[in-house]
Design a protein around this ligand. Structure first.
Ligand code: CU
Length: 153
């Protein structure tokens, strides 16, 4: 019952963000080809880990590869992918996240996410969490991800 609902919620959230764009969201970050939109963080109260989600758009004619991520808030950050295996949700690190030429990759609950470990503090709802994506070839993309309430997904 959850996957179809999640899709609907995602579309509604996108709509809400589009409507609020001029005032409430920072300008999209980009380093050449890669643009990041709708970045947000989900926290778990009392935990020293959190997950960040976003959509990566590549408007160039060549693939863009994300090879790492850092955050001033987290002692360690990496890209993970959640998968259901034998009825259990497992996570594995993603060393190279390829955003295809002219395409996009969505990091969303239940799938790809940025795992933030060793948080300096648990960020409050509404706080902006800084992230830096490291691209193959040496470029970086700075992203500001807003902490949403737990029920946001
Ligand atoms: Cu994870």
């Amino acid at each position: 019952m959850k996957p179809p609902l999640r899709l609907c919620a995602g579309l509604i959230l996108l709509g809400a963000f589009a409507a609020a764009a001029p005032a409430a969201t920072p300008a999209p970050a980009s380093a050449g080809a890669l643009t990041v939109e709708n970045a947000w963080v989900r926290i778990t109260p009392g935990a020293d880990v959190a997950a960040a989600y976003m959509t990566l758009y590549n408007r160039s004619a060549r693939p863009v590869v994300v090879i790492g991520v850092q955050s001033a808030l987290a002692g360690h950050a990496m890209i993970h992918e959640s998968k259901l295996e034998g009825g259990q949700s497992t996570m594995r690190p993603v060393e190279r996240l390829v955003v295809p030429a002219g395409g996009s990759v969505k990091l969303a609950p239940g799938g790809l996410h940025v795992m933030l470990h060793m948080l300096a503090h648990t960020p409050a709802v509404g706080e902006q969490v800084p992230l830096v994506l490291q691209l193959e070839g040496g470029a970086t993309v700075s992203v500001s991800a807003r902490v949403r309430p737990l029920a946001a997904d």
